[in-house]
Structure formats: structure tokens, C-alpha cells
Ligand binder design. Structure first.
Ligand SMILES: [Zn+2]
Length: 416
């Protein structure tokens, strides 16, 4: 399959090994894949076109390296990470996990931190260096910070537009109903350029599931925005809210535009309840994000995928007031998701990989994605026999290509 393109910016990447094991030559024209042919079979016309190109032609021999689409970082917090800043020891809650107390710790830490734009840049470059070229970041909105975080991260997004695509979620970190003025701030954040409206534990935080979801889905409808809700509530309480979100998504025709992040409750309910929830989520088109959290129940990836639910991955917090873990590497996240899910067989390891690539692209609604003709040439080349080996070995020697040009090598973003 071929398409008409601007021949002045053409590169042929030879000997790329794809996930299906085939060895191919990839022609990239104007930043997009314009042809994919078996290795050594690229039509001479393409080579001739390169030879007569206005800009110096490029031939890159990938020497049989595994070539995969750039990873999708589906859930991160660019505004609250201290990555690259001074180390801040984790402070435990005084009487069991308490979101309000954690938010207070966070406010204290942020007051003494390096400027937000600098910290966001550090974290963003960490992710790009590891091969993520699309990201969804939640950005805190509440009465104490107002729209300050949103304005800063919107500017960061603009500065890095050529390097990475970023979706922003207006995230009510201090609740909505229990934090007066937050609904109006979320409205403003969407006007300013946030792509989605977030939510936070409608039951345990705001103690009003209907009231919380009325605001979230009302704003989504008003702005034509997506929804991505943090839901940590476990067991039946978590399940109840997942069902409520699915019901609203279906009623409003928002399939493909709604995500429940974490959904811990799906990891600690009986099998028959999970079957029912999986069918409901699949029918409603609600995706589930997981980071395979530490010592915590999390959604059963294989069972949900089997039910037809889109399950995708994210780093969530990295070096922030919530926890110190995280490396901004979605390949290592696939490893963690596979490890915690008890995945051993090749098809299972491939499923873990799908969670950080194609499933992420689907959940984020990316129009064109993958190593296919027409898609943006955003890819990662690395030394691995195949995807299952990449997931278990997590090779760090990677080259990251954005629109066909190298932007990072071995974890480091190159000067732009
Ligand atoms: Zn989060």
C-alpha cells in the first residue's frame, strides 16, 4: 500500500523487525509511514526519489532491531512530580491512607519545590527518553491552586508540541462537591484547553456519587470533552461506581471517551460480579487504566480484555507526595503489569505490551497509530528478538523516533 507524499523529506529504514516477526523496510515521507515492504524489496522508485530529494536523503539500517510503535503513557501527573528535584522522603498518613492528608502533604512539598514547568519538563523528557510520544496527564484543579497548575502545564504542552502529544485532564484533586468553586474551575480549565474532565472517588471523597458524576458528565457534555475518573474505592463500593459510570456513558453515547483510572474494586470482587462488570464496561465503551500498583488489588487485565474491555497503562505518580516509585518507562510498566498479572506465556506477554501501546492508543482515541502506512512515524527501535522478550528483558538501549527523526537515544532526549 502506498500514498502520495512530499518526497523532499524521505527516509528509508531498512531491516526493521516488526512484532509479527517479519523483516521489513519502512519508508517514511513527510513524517509518516508511506510504504512498508519486505526487507530488500523496497521499490527502486523510492530509492530514486530519495536520491533526488531536495533535503539530504537518509538511509538508516536498523540491522534487525525490533521496531514497535512509540509507547502510550496513559496516566501521569506532570504538575506534582519532583523528578529531577531534591529527594523528598515519603511521609506516611497518620491513621491509614487518607487522600485529604496526602493532599496536605503534597501542598507542603510543592511549596518548597523547583518551578513546576521545570519539574514537568524533567518528567516529560524522562518519558520521551524511554519511548513514550503520547501522554495523558491529569492536572490538579482546586480552590487552593485555582487554575495555576493548568496554565503552567498548558504552556509546557505548547513548548513540547513537536516532541510529544499531550492530553490534559482537569483533575479535581480535592473533590468537587466538598471543594466549593471547583465545578466552575473545571469549567474554566476546559475552556482554557484541557481535553478531559476528571473526577475523584465520588463516593468516599465527595460522599455523593450522583452529585459528583452530574458535574463531571455535565461538563463533558457541555464541552464535548472526554472523562477520566480516579477511582480508588474497593469492593462493592468501587463496583457500584464503575456501574454508575458505565450506565451514564451508555446513556450519553460517550463510548470510547470515558476512562476509569485504577478501578481497584474490580480486583477484589467475586468472579461473577467481575463478569457482569466486564460485560457492562465493554458494552458501554468505558476503558480501564491500571499501573499495577504496589501492594494493592488491581483490575484483572486478562479477564477484562477477554470481556472486550480496553485496558491500558500509565505510570501515575513518579517521585511525588503519593509515592516514590516510577521510572517513566512504559516498557518496564508492561513488565510490571505482566509480572503482577502472572503472565508467562508469549501471548500473555504480548497482551501486557498491548496495554502500553495499541490499547493505550485506543483509550486515548488516537486517530492513527502503529507501524502502518499513513500513521505518524513515531516508533522505538531496540535490541530484542521479539515483543515477549522485550517485555521481560526491558532493554534500555533504545532509539526513539518522532515523525521519522531521532529524538532520544538510550534514555536521553537529544537537543532540539
Ligand atoms: Zn493519578
Amino acid at each position: 500500500m502506498r500514498e502520495q507524499t512530499n518526497l523532499s523529506e524521505q527516509t528509508i529504514f531498512s531491516n526493521a523487525k516488526l512484532a509479527d516477526g517479519s523483516l521489513v523496510d519502512l519508508t517514511v515521507t513527510g513524517g509518516h509511514f508511506s510504504a512498508i515492504a519486505p526487507a530488500g524489496k523496497t521499490p527502486p522508485a523510492d530509492f530514486a526519489a530519495v536520491a533526488s530529494a531536495i533535503i539530504a536523503p537518509l538511509f538508516v539500517d536498523l540491522a534487525g532491531q525490533l521496531v514497535v510503535p512509540a509507547f502510550v503513557e496513559g496516566h501521569i501527573h506532570l504538575d506534582t512530580s519532583f523528578y529531577g528535584d531534591a529527594w523528598r522522603p515519603h511521609i506516611p498518613c497518620t491513621n491509614g491512607f487518607d487522600v485529604r492528608e496526602r493532599v496536605a502533604f503534597q501542598a507542603r512539598n510543592l511549596a518548597a519545590a523547583a518551578p513546576m514547568a521545570e519539574r514537568a519538563k524533567n518528567q516529560l523528557e524522562l518519558c520521551v527518553g524511554n519511548g513514550s510520544l503520547t501522554m495523558r496527564s491529569h492536572v490538579m484543579v482546586d480552590g487552593s491552586v485555582g487554575l495555576k497548575h493548568v496554565e503552567t502545564i498548558l504552556a509546557v504542552r505548547e513548548n513540547y508540541r513537536d516532541l510529544i502529544d499531550i492530553q490534559l485532564v482537569a483533575f479535581p484533586q480535592s473533590g468537587i462537591l466538598s471543594s466549593p468553586g471547583t465545578a466552575e474551575l473545571l469549567d474554566e480549565a476546559l475552556k482554557l484547553g484541557c481535553d478531559l474532565v476528571g473526577g475523584l472517588d465520588p463516593a468516599s471523597f465527595d460522599r455523593d456519587v450522583k452529585g459528583h458524576l452530574d458535574v463531571v458528565f455535565g461538563l463533558a457534555q457541555k464541552h464535548g470533552a472526554g472523562v477520566d475518573i480516579h477511582l480508588h474505592d474497593g469492593g462493592t463500593l468501587g463496583l457500584f461506581q464503575v456501574e454508575e459510570i458505565a450506565t451514564r456513558t451508555k446513556a450519553l453515547g460517550m463510548a470510547g471517551h470515558v476512562v476509569v483510572s485504577h478501578a481497584y474494586g474490580l480486583g477484589d470482587i467475586p468472579a461473577d460480579a467481575l463478569d457482569k462488570a466486564g460485560a457492562m464496561l465493554a458494552a458501554a465503551g468505558v476503558a480501564i487504566m491500571t499501573n499495577a500498583p504496589g501492594n494493592h488489588a488491581f483490575p484483572p487485565v486478562a479477564a477484562l480484555r477477554q470481556a472486550g474491555v480496553t485496558v491500558f497503562g500509565g505510570s501515575d505518580n513518579i517521585r511525588d507526595s503519593w509515592w516514590p516509585y516510577g521510572d517513566g518507562d512504559m516498557l518496564s510498566r508492561a513488565n510490571m503489569i505482566g509480572y503482577r498479572s502472572g503472565f508467562y506465556e508469549d501471548h500473555e506477554l504480548e497482551a501486557a505490551f498491548d496495554v502500553v501501546t495499541h490499547a493505550g492508543a485506543k483509550a486515548l482515541g488516537l486517530a492513527s497509530y502503529g507501524i502502518v502506512v499513513g500513521a505518524s512515524a513515531d516508533f522505538v527501535a531496540m535490541p530484542a528478538q521479539h515483543v515477549p522478550e522485550a517485555v521481560v528483558a526491558v532493554p534500555k538501549e533504545r532509539t526513539v523516533y518522532r515523525r521519522g527523526k531521532v529524538v532520544a537515544r538510550n534514555g536521553t532526549v537529544l537537543a532540539r
